[in-house]
Design a protein around this ligand. Sequence first.
Ligand SMILES: NC(=O)c1ccc[n+]([C@@H]2O[C@H](COP(=O)([O-])OP(=O)(O)OC[C@H]3O[C@@H](n4cnc5c(N)ncnc54)[C@H](OP(=O)(O)O)[C@@H]3O)[C@@H](O)[C@H]2O)c1
Length: 272
Amino acid sequence: MPSSERSSRRAGAALVTGATSGIGAAFARRLAADGWRLVLVARDAERLAVVAAELRERHGTPVDVLPADLSTEAGTGQVEDRLRSADEPVDLLVNNAGISLNRPFLRSSADDEARLLRLNVLAVLRLTHAALPGMTERRRGAVINVSSVAGFGAVMPGSTYSASKAWVTNSSESVGQSVRPFGVRVMALCPGYTRTEFHDRAGINMSKTPRWLWLRADDVVAEGLRDLHKGKLVSVPDWKYKLAVFGLRHTPRGVLHGVARDTRGRIGRDAG
Ligand SMILES: NC(=O)c1ccc[n+]([C@@H]2O[C@H](COP(=O)([O-])OP(=O)(O)OC[C@H]3O[C@@H](n4cnc5c(N)ncnc54)[C@H](OP(=O)(O)O)[C@@H]3O)[C@@H](O)[C@H]2O)c1
């Protein structure tokens, strides 16, 4: 038996949402290299097929694809069904798919705001809820919910993205404590600025963001998996963002709001 097959049997199956780009694709690469069998979720079926074929060829690990739009009832339902399957249990769920909107609250539509909430919050809630009963019964498994440093403060005036990520971090920390006695982990992974397609997709101009602030998706994933292994409930990769989170947690709100007006406030007006 090839060694990749042996290790894939040992590692179990992982389901990654938003697996075709950025942090999700980095999770898929790393987990395939570690011998996990994979189920990859995103909307673009052709791109999913290309990513899956590359991973199968490079790592010899089984990779299934599940095209689904997680901002819809039907798409989320399909992935829930896969997570509840007792025949093919999923031992690691990575809720990674997420979006931001460029327009500030007053200029965005209620439909767009609701779509952001359905993907960033409701899908995370529903998929976690579908995965945990099987994991607690089997007394093993983990859920990584990709959140953001932005969730630690309302630092982008008019953006509800931070609020959606505050929910992801807080609920992961809370649910994570409740499933610990069953040998199951839930962890929020909170990256800072990471080079992916995320900002381009939202139409956010990041050209003035200093280079030293950017993280590599592969590094975010490596530190996240190390922290999961250590049993952390919240993981903030990289020392500069650990420092930023300390600042966001301890700086008086009034001071934070002043800083926020000086930065994202301008982006908000430009975006209108
Ligand atoms: N990049 C950053 O600076 C940063 C910082 C902090 C946190 N994050 C978080 O990291 C996570 C991953 O973002 P990323 O930066 O890697 O973004 P990305 O490069 O834009 O990748 C997003 C992935 O999600 C999928 N996706 C988007 N909408 C979807 C939907 N409705 N249903 C299913 N899949 C969908 C995309 O594929 P399809 O388009 O084919 O669906 C793609 O695979 C997000 O939760 C984001 O909030 C990012």
